[in-house]
Structure formats: C-alpha cells, structure tokens
Design a protein around this ligand. Structure first.
Ligand code: PLP
Length: 402
C-alpha cells in the first residue's frame, strides 16, 4: 500500500498555530494584559435576524412529513440558483444563468477541489502573497514540484509578486500558465484589480488557452465603482473563467457553510465543457448543500436580508477605516481596507514576525504576519476589521505608543 506522498511535501501550515502558541504563552506570562485580536479572518457578528428566521422555518419544515426534504439536488435548489443569478449577476449586467451556478458548502472546498478537473501537468500561477489554499491543494495533487525552504517557494509554480512597488497588481508572467488563480479583493493584502486590470488577465487567458480561477469571496466589501463585483462583468470572461463565491464574509456563514461556483457553458478546453465536468464531479462526490442552509442563503437575497447584511458589512468596513486611517496618521504605509476588511501594512525594517512580537508585547494587539501568505508577504502585516468597533479603536490607540 502506498500513500499519496505529495502530502508529505507540504511544509505545514504553522502560521495560525504559531500565532496561537505565541499568544497563549504571552498571556500566561502577562495575565494582566488585555489582548485584542485583530488577526482573525473570521466574522464576529451574529447571523442577521431575517436569515435566522428563515433557518428556523426550514428546520420546522424538516419536522413534518409533508414538507420534509431529503437529499438536495446535487447542484443546488433552483430557488437559490435563480436568486443568485438574478441578484448577483443579471442585475449588474453580467451574463450568468441559474444553471451555471453550482451550490456548495463554501468557497474553500470549491477552490481546493476545482484543480481535479485539470491534468497533473497543468502549471499554476498564483499571486504572492495570497490565500494559501490555491497552492496547497495543487501540492496535494502533485503539480507543484519541490519546496525550496530558502526562498519559501515551489519549483513548478509561477509566482506573481504583488507588492507596494507594483501597486499590488500582478504582471503577466513570462512563462505561460494553464491555471491562473486571482483573488479579488485579495486576501491578505485587501487590494483590488479594477476593470481595466482584470481585463488584461481575461484577454491573456483567452489568448493563451489558460483558465482563470477567480475567488470573489470578499466581493461584498467592494466600495469603489471601478472594481468589478464579478469577473463576468468583463467581456470575454465566459470563455476563460470560473468564479468562486461565499456566504461566509457577506452574511456571516463561516459556521453555517454555504457558497457557490459559477462555470459558464462557454468554458471549454480540449473540446470538453468544464461545466459538464464539474456537474459530474458534484454528482459523484457531493450530495448537495443542506436545505436549511440553502433556505438561509435565499433569505440573504430577500429585501430584509440585503439590508441587514449591508449593515454588517458597513460595521466591519468602519473598523477597517479606523485601522487604515489611524495607522496612516501614525506614519505607517498602509494598503487595502477600502474595498476589503483587510488592512495590509508595511513593517519597514522589521520582519513580519518581529513586528508581530513587538505589537503583542507593547500594544497587546494580535495581527497576522504577512510572510505566512507567501514570500512576498515578508515585511508586511495583516490587520482585520472583523473585531468589535470598541476593540478596534483601542487597538489603534495603543499602537500610538509603539
Ligand atoms: N477564499 C478566500 C480568499 C478566503 O479568504 C476564504 C476564507 O477566509 C475563503 C475563500 C473561504 O470561504 P468559505 O468560508 O466559503 O469556505
């Protein structure tokens, strides 16, 4: 018996466990310190009332023979697929149809699983720094070559540096990738690609037969007009892009679990429809997102749901603004925070971890070292707007003393 040795290649995700260990040790040594956690990528506000109500009603339906539901349709209930197509796409002028939407239990699973549609030889390109799931899921599939400890990179991956020097806009690579992962707004930098910048990538993918894996998990935080809410707002995207969306960050479903993936029917490679492949994959390996969750998802698109979730997003964005503007005033170089709950700051001479230690020790504030998201994240640091307003204000106050 042989195991999949690609798993052994993973250097291990030490980032959040190292943070937890360091914070626990500090707390033990300094029990008087009131630690504020602004490193979290998880939401903190409770699910909005109209959505909770819809969940209660769905639970009640499950308790009666006439309304009980068993297995959900593999690809999702039509009521939700139609609401998504109408509200998230057609209302914005994007050509996406209900039967191109695949409901799932979240964007993480989908953007981790999608790579199985492609050959083991497919070469991937990723922004650096970025959400680690894209690379790690390809490591597991054996697509990434060897890990180089010194540079913190895989030998067979095309890295697209996103730093303050290039305005966090990845340049087109010299070597042609098969799969291009774009996260917009980006986690961890909180920065975005505007329409024009995204169009460059769509044109490139179409010209080079590549496929863009577009993660729009933070779409709801976009405030600026020229940042597209979907890659399907860009001409030509239907023949080169897959889009991942989540209910986690817009409606607080991190613990409820619901998301979806859009695969247009025009997306064909080697004469094969990726839409059909993903439908087949869903049918074989997935038994459908639960009815209760999908009813909760439908409530997100109701008038009340929309009003409530916008209020929550405003709350987090107010926190992001407090961090962004507060740190700017203190003389930090800060990025993101405008179309994203994430604020990305430059740590100057100090490494990401040195800054982490100093922030914890002197301000009792916890953030996330940028180096955990890729080698180009070194000398950067992520703070998030997902805490409480009061703690966010206090954290920035404390940073004045640094
Ligand atoms: N995509 C990005 C860029 C994320 O940052 C996250 C979560 O932090 C996810 C996807 C996960 O989304 P979900 O909760 O729907 O699995």
């Amino acid at each position: 018996m042989k195991i999949n040795h690609n798993y052994q290649k993973l250097p291990g995700s030490y980032l959040f466990s190292t943070i937890a260990k360091k914070v626990a040790a500090y707390g033990k040594e300094h029990p008087e310190a009131e630690i504020i956690r602004l490193g979290i990528g998880d939401v903190t506000l409770p699910i909005a009332p109209s959505i909770v109500k819809a969940m209660h009603e769905a639970v009640e339906e499950m308790g009666h023979a006439e309304t009980f539901r068993g297995y959900a349709p593999d690809l999702g209930y039509d009521f939700l697929r139609e609401a998504i197509a109408k509200t998230d796409y057609q209302r914005l002028g994007c050509e996406v149809f209900a039967d191109e939407i695949f409901i799932s239990d979240g964007a993480k699973c989908d953007c981790g699983n999608i790579q199985e549609l492609f050959s083991a030889e497919a070469k991937i390109a990723v922004c650096d720094p970025v959400y680690p799931v894209y690379v790690d899921s390809n490591v597991m599939a054996g697509r990434t070559g060897e890990w180089d400890e010194t540079f913190g990179r895989w030998s067979n991956v095309i890295y697209l540096p996103c730093t303050k020097e290039n305005g966090f806009v990845p340049e087109l690579p010299k070597e042609t990738p098969d799969l291009i992962y774009l996260c917009n707004p980006n986690n961890p930098t909180g920065t975005t690609l505007n329409r024009e910048q995204l169009k460059v990538w769509v044109d490139y993918a179409n010209a080079h037969d590549a496929v863009i894996m577009y993660d729009a998990a933070y779409e709801a935080y976009i405030q600026e007009e020229d940042v597209p809410h979907s890659i399907f707002a860009i001409d030509g995207a239907r023949s080169c892009a897959v889009e991942f969306r989540s209910f986690s960050k817009n409606a607080g479903f991190t613990g409820v679990r619901l998301g979806f993936t859009v695969i247009p029917k025009e997306l064909v490679r080697e004469g094969v429809s990726l839409h059909s492949m993903w439908a087949r994959r869903h049918g074989t390996k997935y038994n459908g997102a639960p009815y209760i969750q999908q009813k909760a998802g439908l409530a997100v698109y109701g008038d009340e749901g929309q009003r409530e979730i916008r209020e929550q997003i405003r709350y987090y964005m107010r926190n992001a603004k407090v961090i962004y503007e507060g740190l700017k005033k203190l003389g930090y170089e800060v990025f993101g925070g405008v179309n994203s709950p994430y604020v990305w700051l430059h740590t100057g001479e100090r490494s990401s971890w040195e800054f982490f230690d100093e922030l914890l020790d002197k301000a009792h504030v916890v953030g996330t070292p940028g180096s955990g998201f890729g080698p180009e994240g070194e000398h950067y640091f992520r703070l998030t707007g997902f805490g409480s307003y009061e703690n966010t204000v206090r954290a920035v106050e404390r940073m004045k003393g640094l």
